[in-house]
Write a new protein. Structure first.
Length: 285
């Protein structure tokens, strides 16, 4: 876990606990002795790829650094119903305060990792890699994109700040592909920016216009059929990194990979994923 991720995670944990706890977990405070010790196991009730274990540990430690966490299953491991991911031991109040945040995060991240792994498995034997998108939960992008990598996927840009991605609306507002690219290149020079330029094309007319431009790094074929992607990849002929996007499903993704594209971006990795079923089962020590 790098320091930038850890810093963002701790800020997230602080905000999330404030949302959930505010002036106290009054149920636990009212019903349980404050110094009573207990333990709990994090139980899998589903099958998939586990993700968020390291994040869960950070949450437990943030809530109470005296909690002891014993991990049996790690990020990226395949799990099935009945598996125990970890045990946590210590003050029951602390375990219960952390419980919902740990489960919410790990269930969401594990669902994303599991979905990503399913898409990755469909591409076995090809060179194509699966990308995520910006279709993420606001303020949870750093966790959701981490889950994609745990599932074997590749992160696309993190936001509007780390890539120039010229899409259809930019092209239409600028008056065409060539003008939009020239504007982007001038902007990079003016602001001394070292970030890549990717351009989305909707048809072969736009693709041919793009191929006349210089200093572009990647082309995105938007809503092309697999047959059109194959033709487009041949036309690009290695001059640009290639990406296919737009409504690509688990049933169709292999057809796009076989067409020879370098990357396939799939918004469904994050925007409509089903969480993995996990629970925290408590017992007295």
């Amino acid at each position: 876990m790098d320091q930038a991720f850890k810093k963002e995670l701790r800020e997230f944990i602080q905000r999330a606990l404030h949302e959930d706890v505010k002036d106290g977990d009054h149920t636990s405070l009212a019903s349980l002795p404050e110094d009573k010790l207990g333990e709990a196991k994090l139980l899998v009730k589903d099958k998939g790829v586990i993700a968020g274990v390291e994040v869960g540990i950070e949450i437990f430690n943030y809530v109470d650094s005296s909690l002891q966490v014993e991990v049996f299953i790690h990020d990226g491991d395949t799990v099935s119903d009945g598996d125990v991911v970890l045990f946590v031991r210590g003050k029951m109040h602390s375990i219960l305060k952390a419980e919902r945040l740990v489960l919410n995060v790990m269930q969401r991240m594990s669902g994303i990792a599991s979905r990503t792994a399913t898409f990755i498995s469909a591409l076995e034997g090809t060179h194509t890699r699966v990308l995520d998108t910006r279709k993420t939960t606001p303020l949870l992008r750093f966790l959701e994109k981490k889950a994609v990598t745990i599932g074997g996927g590749t992160n696309h840009r993190f936001g509007l700040y780390d890539m120039i991605l010229i899409k259809d609306n930019h092209v239409d507002y600028a008056g065409g592909i060539i003008q939009a690219v020239e504007n982007a290149q001038a902007y990079k020079v003016k602001h001394n920016l070292d970030i890549p330029i990717e351009v989305e094309v909707r048809n072969f007319t736009e693709l041919n216009e793009l191929l006349s431009c210089k200093a572009v790094d990647r082309v995105m074929f938007d809503n092309f059929t697999p047959t059109a992607v194959k033709e487009a990849v041949a036309l690009v002929n290695g001059r640009l990194v290639t990406e296919a996007s737009g409504g690509i499903t688990l049933e169709t993704i292999r057809d796009y990979a076989v067409a020879g594209v370098d990357f396939i971006s799939v918004g469904a990795l994050t925007h409509s994923v089903r969480s993995l079923d996990l629970s925290l089962k408590a017992k007295l020590i």
